[in-house]
Design a protein around this ligand. Structure first.
Ligand SMILES: Cc1cc2nc3c(=O)[nH]c(=O)nc-3n(C[C@H](O)[C@H](O)[C@H](O)COP(=O)(O)O)c2cc1C
Length: 227
């Protein structure tokens, strides 16, 4: 990562990338494209969150219009759907999911990445709960229709089920008519990382590269679809 790109990513993440003077502020605000990365590990700030942060940094480097937000679900308490509404939502539930809703409701939302650790070749229960609770965004309109969505997964084994987890996440997002995307070559499926270095995920160079390639692809698709 060059100094120039890091600075651009930092400005974009701070929401300053497109702003130029007071007169241009409102227009710049509107033209921002928000990419959200959700880390669905119960362990806050660990390998899934770090990989997602790298994907977001790469996304921010694509254009000064891109702004990013990491939602780390680590430590949050989120229940799965209680099945109480016809949309599968959980209208009556009050838990940490409420903190996330305003971010996902942003009119600037242009793309999403969802990351989960592999648990027994499947996604974490936290990730499943998060996906179920997204049901509130399906009615009365499909708010995530045509939203580019990509996925990331970290496992302790080299072939520990990362691609299965990505498949499960993306399949769930089909229920929103989201635009499913992978990553730039060679991360066609999305980002797959191997936690083989005692939780220092940055040492998995190929995996980190796949995270960056996912971020770039989601950002490019978001810019195209937002116009
Ligand atoms: C209950 C449980 C099941 C797991 N199952 C798998 C698995 O099937 N495949 C795999 O590669 N890693 C498995 N792991 C390891 C985690 O995926 C790995 O440590 C990952 O980096 C954790 O993500 P985090 O650091 O963001 O919490 C499992 C871990 C736990 C706690």
């Amino acid at each position: 990562m060059t100094k120039a790109i890091s600075r651009r990513a930092l400005l974009a993440a701070a929401g300053l990338g497109a702003a130029s003077g007071i007169a241009g502020t409102a227009a710049a605000e509107e033209s921002k494209v928000l990419i959200v990365g959700v880390s669905c590990s119960p362990r806050k700030g660990m390998t899934t969150a770090i990989a997602m942060a790298a994907a977001l940094e790469a996304a921010a480097g694509v254009s000064p219009r891109i702004v990013t937000e990491l939602i780390d679900l680590g430590g949050m308490k989120i229940s799965g759907s209680d099945g109480s509404s016809s949309s599968g939502g959980a209208a009556g539930l009050t838990d940490d999911f409420e903190k996330i809703v305003p971010i996902l409701e942003s009119p600037n939302l242009g793309g999403m990445m969802i990351g989960s650790p592999c648990y027994y070749r499947s996604l974490s229960s936290l990730c499943k709960a998060f996906l179920e609770r997204l049901a509130i965004f399906r009615a009365p309109v499909l708010r995530f229709a045509d939203l580019p969505v990509g996925a990331l997964s970290v496992g302790a084994y080299r072939n520990g089920g990362q691609e299965l987890v990505i498949d499960q996440i993306l399949t769930a997002m089909l229920c929103h008519e989201a635009m499913l995307v992978g990553g730039k070559p060679r991360a066609h499926q999305g980002a797959t990382l191997w936690n083989g270095f005692n939780n220092d995920i940055t040492k998995d160079e190929l995996g980190m590269e796949s995270a960056r390639h996912l971020g770039v692809r989601v950002a490019e698709a978001a810019l195209k679809l937002k116009g």
